[in-house]
Write a protein that binds this ligand. Structure first.
Ligand code: ACO
Length: 324
């Protein structure tokens, strides 16, 4: 008998304000819909309303996942929020979400691995479940990247959006084979030597909030190389290959990166859940948003084999294999 962390529910929240690519030129930023779509695949993104915070969006996504699962907040014993844009320096966004959804027991904490945050949080939630420390874990990715954009920098400000997605996983008995539902493999990496290619130039122990800085071409190069490698590594670890995958649910940064990773995995694009056109890059929120959207669209079905993969600042990158 093997304990598996099996998906029980999924949900998401997107702020009301939809920002099309044409909005940037209207603000006097020298760019165009054609450039943004051609280089990234992004057509629009959502921005949080004034006063709307990461924990507000995360709580909405959590409530949507609870509703879909037919559970209440008291049924969750651990809550993890993956975010780089928490409301406050402390307490964690996770404890704020705990209060907002009415979860009065268990424990909650944040995970910070930037765009790879959801994959890191999910791998850690899986470890809590298989080690017996938690029975049911809410894993949320939530971000308000619109608050750390430099609106003078057209190479970054057009790429990101706000939103939140939540996944509930719970302990369930499996037989230890790849036919089990649940998380079957994880693969995590980081390499702090690449700080300069993607970072925010401020923070509590330095100064101000700061803005996102990125060497786009370098990030692109690392993403294309490392995403397929981590996906292959986690599949290899359980004796599977790209042929066994029903859906790739990648971090939604750039359609060209997604295309290239799918090609390296030997996957046709009709086996990839793509939301980047509607959400932009929502960092840690992008995978749970894509999972929830994929279920809503009727793409992801119970029993499907999914590979999720992400890379972000750090650099930090990784993948998780889930049988839905
Ligand atoms: N509108 C119009 N022109 C622009 C814009 C813009 N928004 N941004 C840059 N340009 C111009 C540049 O100034 C440059 O002009 P020049 O040739 O006259 O100097 C030209 O477009 C090409 O610029 P590059 O930076 O070389 O463009 P590139 O083809 O590399 O595309 C991009 C830029 C889209 C950022 C790409 O490098 C990329 O996608 N990198 C991956 C980064 C990423 O996805 N980051 C997300 C965070 S990390 C993650 O989530 C994985």
């Amino acid at each position: 008998m093997t304990i598996r962390a099996v998906v029980r529910g999924v949900g998401h929240y997107l702020p009301e304000k939809v920002v099309p690519n044409t909005w940037f030129a209207e603000q006097g930023i020298e760019t165009s819909d054609e450039w943004i779509q051609g280089r990234t695949g992004i057509e629009r993104r959502h921005f949080a309303a004034e006063g709307e915070t990461t924990s507000d969006m995360a709580a909405n996504a959590a409530n949507a996942a609870l509703k879909q699962a037919g559970l209440g907040a008291s049924d969750i014993d651990a809550l993890i929020v993956a975010t780089s844009t928490a409301d406050l320096t402390f307490p964690s966004a996770a404890t704020m979400v705990q209060a907002k959804i009415g979860m009065e027991s268990g424990f909650a904490f944040d995970v910070q691995a930037v765009c790879a945050g959801f994959v890191f949080a999910l791998a850690n939630a899986n470890a809590l479940i298989v080690s017996g420390q938690a029975k049911r874990v809410m894993v949320i990715g939530a971000e308000t990247f619109s608050r750390i954009m430099d609106w003078e920098d057209r190479t970054t400000c057009v790429l990101f959006g706000d939103g939140a997605g939540a996944l509930i996983i719970e302990a369930s008995k499996g037989d230890g084979t790849n036919n089990d539902r649940g998380i079957l493999a994880t693969d995590l990496h980081s390499d702090g030597r690449h700080r300069e290619i993607l970072y925010v130039d401020g923070g509590v122990s330095t100064h101000s909030t700061g803005h996102l800085r990125m060497q786009g071409k370098e990030v692109f190069r690392h993403a294309v190389e490392k995403l397929a490698a981590t996906a292959h590594a986690s599949l290899d670890s359980i004796g599977l290959s790209g042929d066994d995958v029903d859906w790739m649910v990648p971090h939604q940064a750039n359609l060209r990166i997604i295309n290239s990773t799918a090609k390296k995995m030997g996957l046709d694009m009709d086996r990839v859940v793509i939301t980047v056109q509607d959400h932009g890059n929502t960092s840690a929120a992008s995978i749970p948003l894509a999972l929830s959207t994929g279920v809503e669209r009727g793409q992801i079905k119970r029993g499907d084999l999914l590979v999720t993969e992400a890379i972000g600042g750090g650099l930090a990158w990784g993948s998780v294999i889930i049988r839905w």
